[in-house]
Design a protein around this ligand. Structure first.
Ligand code: NAD
Length: 483
């Protein structure tokens, strides 16, 4: 099997149950670096989604009876194949999503780690025996798979956002219908091919590709056979899907948008803070849910931090993700470029100061110049909206209390970061931040070993760690009497 067939410009089939299905209707997958069509993918609809659910229900009934050890063995084989195919997967991702190849390889490793971890974890899906109220009874608690899971995923991490859902779902004994983002269906299809090659039974994974999400999405969120919807994407769409899921009371996991603060206190190691800032802000061209949206820097170190940050930002290399040495690829589309520009324009209009960048990159197309804007204030758009692009917006603060108030002044609560060398301040800040994840003197926090997820309007549920497996199980309590 050659995965790179998927990006050879031809027509690509969706996976509905056990069938690779072509369609007379197709949609273009476009390389955001040059606007060229990478492939044409089958445009599936509501009926295809229903068939995928039927297949998932059927395959799931058999899969839940497969031993944990065997499930683990198959997941390990899938993991091994993903690792072996790192180069092909990374290339597919760069072609359809734009990120530099080195980052795409990193995403393959990160995405694969969930398959390995949850395969191992399936063997530890234990229940409980609880103390009974009297000696004639025994109380047993078991964990059972929730059933058919719908996974609706975004384009910014086309591989990892799928494995973060599919691996724990399969490990728990569930089946999955994936609806990948319309911009990045090829990575999803490549992953599914490898799963089948690994021996994961047909029907357990479907990939329902479509050009417009509403038809397939409505089926996945309203069909009573789907017992869980696991969504990663924008808060706006997440709220809509939650309301859709209410009708059949589905379990939901919602990994939604963020507005991460990155606080630099006056006692921080500024070089370490700038390293963290670059990783957290400019990775994936700033199109990361946990990426910093607001740098909050204490007045005494404000100028020194800005000087170091601007220096590093000038050293970033913008270009096609396929070119060596490129560190910042294109944004996903023209609308994304417009959004970054609107945040810059709004800030400058309201009194912010441009230090570098500020406009479309000279390469044109979807490239935006890495930008640093200082003297940002709470009334500017970037303070309340996720930019999702390479704009570092820097606020100045005077006191610790002011920083914490600014940091929490958002309905989002996904990730936050802060840099300090003061032991007391570490704990005060950590406890005060209203966020699901916090990087302390660290700009990169994602790992399969820890629970990933947000509070407030950033979502519900956790992915990764043993908590990520629990999300795909239901507790069943049995009271055994008459003993
Ligand atoms: P999006 O919400 O536009 O789309 C996400 C997915 O939802 C896509 O597959 C899309 O087709 C689908 N979708 C949209 N409307 C739908 C509908 N009516 N019914 C069913 N499906 C529908 O988000 P995006 O632009 O692809 O991704 C960027 C957003 O995702 C950002 O806000 C980012 O912060 C967030 N994100 C969050 C996390 C996290 O773990 N919290 C991770 C990555 C991205």
């Amino acid at each position: 099997m050659n995965l790179l067939d998927l990006v050879s410009g031809g027509k690509v089939a969706a996976l509905i149950g056990s069938e690779w299905r072509l369609s007379v209707k197709n949609f273009d997958v476009v390389n955001p670096a040059n606007g060229e069509t990478v492939a044409q993918v089958a445009d599936m609809g509501a009926e295809d989604a229903r068939e995928a659910i039927v297949a998932a229900e059927r395959a799931g009934k058999a899969w839940r009876k497969v031993s944990a050890k065997e499930r683990a063995r198959l997941l390990k084989r899938w993991f091994d194949l993903v690792v072996v195919e790192t180069e092909a997967l990374a290339r597919i991702m760069t072609l359809e999503q734009g990120k530099p190849l080195a980052e795409a390889r990193g995403e393959v490793a990160y995405g694969a780690s969930f398959i390995e971890f949850f395969g191992e974890e399936s063997k530890r899906m234990a229940g409980e025996v609880l103390p009974a109220p009297d000696t004639s009874k025994r109380l047993l608690v078991t964990r059972e798979p929730v059933g058919v899971v719908a996974a609706i995923t975004p384009w910014n991490f086309p591989l990892a956002m799928i494995t973060r859902k599919c691996a724990p779902a399969l490990a728990a004994g569930c089946s999955v219908v994936i609806k990948p983002a319309e911009a990045t269906p090829l990575t999803a299809l490549a992953l599914a091919r490898l799963a089948l090659q690994a021996g994961i039974p047909e029907g357990l994974i479907s990939v329902v590709t479509c050009s417009s999400p509403a038809g397939v999405g409505d089926v996945l969120t309203t069909d009573s056979r789907v017992r869980k919807v696991s969504f990663t994407g924008s808060t706006e769409v997440g709220k809509y899907l939650l309301s859709q899921c209410a009708g059949t009371v589905k379990k939901t996991a919602m990994e939604l948008g963020g507005n991460a603060p990155f606080i630099v206190f006056n006692d921080a190691d500024l070089d370490a803070a700038v390293d963290g800032a670059i990783a957290s802000k400019f990775r994936n061209a700033g199109q990361t849910c946990v990426c910093t949206n607001r740098f909050l820097v204490q007045a005494d170190v404000y100028d020194a931090f800005l000087e170091k940050l601007v220096d590093r930002v000038r050293g970033l290399t913008v270009g096609s993700g396929l070119d060596n040495d490129v560190t910042v690829g294109p944004l996903i589309n023209a609308a994304a470029v417009e959004k970054v520009q609107s945040h810059v324009n709004d800030g400058l209009f309201k009194g912010a100061r441009l230090l570098v960048g500020g406009q479309a990159h000279e390469l044109g197309g979807n490239f935006f110049a890495p930008t640093v804007m200082a003297d940002v204030t709470a009334d500017m758009l970037v303070a309340s909206e996720e930019t999702f692009g390479p704009l570092a917006a820097v606020f100045r603060f005077e006191t610790e209390a002011e920083a914490l108030e600014l940091a929490n002044d958002t309905p989002s609560g996904l990730a936050a970061y802060f840099y300090t060398r003061d032991y007391g301040r570490v704990f005060r800040t950590l406890e005060a931040l209203e966020y699901g994840m916090v990087g302390v003197n660290e700009g990169l926090i994602s790992t399969e070993l820890a629970p990933f997820g947000g509070i407030k309007e950033s979502g519900l549920g956790r992915e990764g760690s043993h908590h990520g497996l629990d999300e795909f199980t239901e507790l069943k309590y049995a009271c055994l009497g008459g003993l």
